[in-house]
Ligand binder design. Sequence first.
Ligand code: RB5
Length: 147
Amino acid sequence: MKIAMGSDHAGFALKQEVKKHLQEMGCQVEDFGTYDEKSCHYPIYAQKVTTEVVGGRADLGVLICGTGAGMAIAANKVKGIRAVTVSDCFTAKAARMHNDANVLCMGARVLGPSLACLIAQLFVETGFEGGRHQTRIDMISDIEKGK
Ligand code: RB5
C-alpha cells in the first residue's frame, strides 16, 4: 500500500509518529512535508498529497494539521478526492467502507498519537464495500461534473 503524507507545522510531530506506524505496518510512505515546525500554509501540502492520490501514484493520502479541518477543506477542492476529518475509530472504518474516502485528515491539536495511529491503521486496512455505496459515490462525481 502506497501512502502519501503531508502536514503543516501544527501537524508535523504527529505526522512523524503516524508515518513511523504506517511504515511498521509495511506501508510505503512518501512524506511531502512539511519537515519542521516552522509556520507554513496547509493548502500547499494538501495539494501535494492529493495530486499524488488522483495521479494514481499513491493509494491513499494522510494529511495532518491542527484540527484536520483546513486540510480536508483544501483536499476536497481537488476533483476525485474524498477527504474526511476523522477523530474516532468507527468513522475511520466507515469512511472507507461506505464513502471510499481516499484521504484521511486528522488534527494534531485534537488527537493523541496512539489514537491517531490507530485511526490511520484502520483507515488503511479497511476496504470499500461498493454496491449501493458505489451509486452514491457516482452521485458525488456527478456533482463534481456539475451534472
Ligand atoms: C495552524 O495554526 C492551524 O490553523 C492549522 O494547522 C489547521 O488547524 C487549519 O485548519
